[in-house]
Design a binder for this molecule. Structure first.
Ligand code: FES
Ligand code: FES
Length: 171
């Protein structure tokens, strides 16, 4: 009797190009590959973290065309032609000032928190309608609490929106 071999169907691969942290980037991915995994395992950017994997915790937040998105929910092929920014794009001095203000808590939530904070710093007008706590509601902390995060985000927004070039107040 002839022996039959069942073979797993070959995954169709898609080549897509997008801008990643300011650099043109091309990857080959399957239709089901998540952006989170492509960033971490194919592009060697492990700063973006996985928490729930279900769009609930915000640990995997990156910016897509300037807006925070959960990279665990985005198929990589959908970023074709778009602009993606990850925690690796944040300048060291900005991270240092967030650290000093208490925003950077544990390694699991911090990358996502920082990316949402970066978005808020670019959209300070949102704070006229919503509180920082409301705007950060998509980034969960399971341990330490939110006071440090709120203080740091408020400081970051204040720093970004402060008038430039004004002489320091005389005392
Ligand atoms: Fe993506 Fe939790 S890992 S939202
Ligand atoms: Fe990171 Fe709570 S989950 S400090």
């Amino acid at each position: 009797m002839a022996e039959t071999h069942s073979q797993a169907p070959e995954r169709e691969m898609l080549e897509i190009s997008f801008q990643l942290n300011g650099e043109p980037t091309t990857v080959r991915v399957a239709a089901t590959d998540r952006l989170l995994d492509t960033l971490r395992y194919q592009l060697a950017l492990p700063g973006t973290k996985e928490g729930c994997g279900e769009g609930e915790c915000g640990a995997c937040t990156v910016l897509m065309d300037g807006l925070p998105v959960n990279s665990c929910l985005i198929p990589t092929y959908q970023v074709r032609g778009h602009r993606i920014e990850t925690i690796e794009s944040i300048p060291g001095d900005e991270l240092a000032s967030l650290h000093a203000s208490g925003t950077t808590q544990c390694g699991a939530c911090t990358p996502g928190v920082v990316m949402t904070a970066r978005f808020l710093a670019e959209q300070p007008e949102l704070l006229g309608t919503f509180t920082v706590r409301e705007l950060m509601a998509g980034n969960l902390c399971r341990c330490t609490g939110y006071d440090g995060i709120v203080d740091g985000v408020e400081a970051m927004v204040a720093e970004k929106t402060a008038p430039k070039g004004e002489p320091p107040c005389a005392s």
